[in-house]
Write a protein that binds this ligand. Structure first.
Ligand code: FES
Ligand code: FES
Length: 160
C-alpha cells in the first residue's frame, strides 16, 4: 500500500496524518477524523451530501483523494457549527422545517454557506441554482430555499 503524509488544517486545527494514497477525502474525514457530519450518499459526485469547503470553495469529498488536500484548509459541517447553539443557517433550517431525514442537510448548509459568504442577498433563483447540485429526497426544496433566504436576512441584520 502506498501511503502519503498529509499536513492540512481541518476546522481550524492543524493536523498531520499518514493515509493510504487511495483514501478519499470523505473517508479520511469520517473514519480517520471522526467527522461524520459529512455524509456519503452516491459516492459518485452526484448527490452533494459529502460537500465540504476546501480553501473556502465547496468540493465533493467523495471525488477527492485525501492526498489532494495536502496543505489545504478544509471546513466541514462541524466547523460551521458554533460551540454553543446553531449558526444562522442551521437555525433557519430548523425554523423553516427545511429538513426531514436530514441526510442532505450538512451538504446543503455547506453549499449555502459558500453562497452567503459571497452574496448576502441572493435571489430565489440564485439560491436554487447554487443548491442545484445538492439532492434532497424528502423536502421538495421549497423550505430549503426559504431557509437560505431567512438566513441571508439574519446575516444582513434584518431578522433576529
Ligand atoms: S456522496 Fe459525494 S456527491 Fe454523493
Ligand atoms: S431531508 Fe432527507 S434527503 Fe433532504
Amino acid at each position: 500500500m502506498v501511503s502519503v503524509t498529509l499536513r492540512l488544517t481541518v476546522n481550524g486545527r492543524p493536523l498531520e496524518r499518514t493515509v493510504s494514497a487511495r483514501r478519499s477525502l470523505a473517508e479520511f474525514l469520517r473514519e480517520d477524523l471522526g467527522l461524520t457530519g459529512t455524509h456519503l450518499g452516491c459516492e459518485h459526485g452526484v448527490c452533494g451530501a459529502c460537500t465540504v469547503l476546501v480553501d473556502g470553495r465547496s468540493a465533493r469529498s467523495c471525488l477527492l483523494l485525501a492526498a489532494q488536500v495536502d496543505g489545504a484548509t478544509v471546513t466541514t459541517i462541524e466547523g460551521l457549527t458554533p460551540g454553543d447553539g446553531l449558526s444562522p443557517l442551521q437555525a433557519a433550517f430548523r425554523d423553516c422545517a427545511a429538513l426531514q431525514c436530514g441526510f442532505c442537510t450538512p451538504g446543503m448548509i455547506v453549499t449555502a454557506h459558500e453562497l452567503l459568504a459571497e452574496d448576502r442577498a441572493p435571489t430565489r433563483d440564485v439560491i436554487r441554482e447554487a443548491l442545484s447540485g445538492n439532492l434532497c429526497m424528502c423536502t421538495g426544496y421549497v423550505n430549503i430555499v426559504r431557509a437560505v433566504e431567512r438566513a441571508a436576512a439574519v446575516l444582513r441584520g434584518e431578522r433576529a
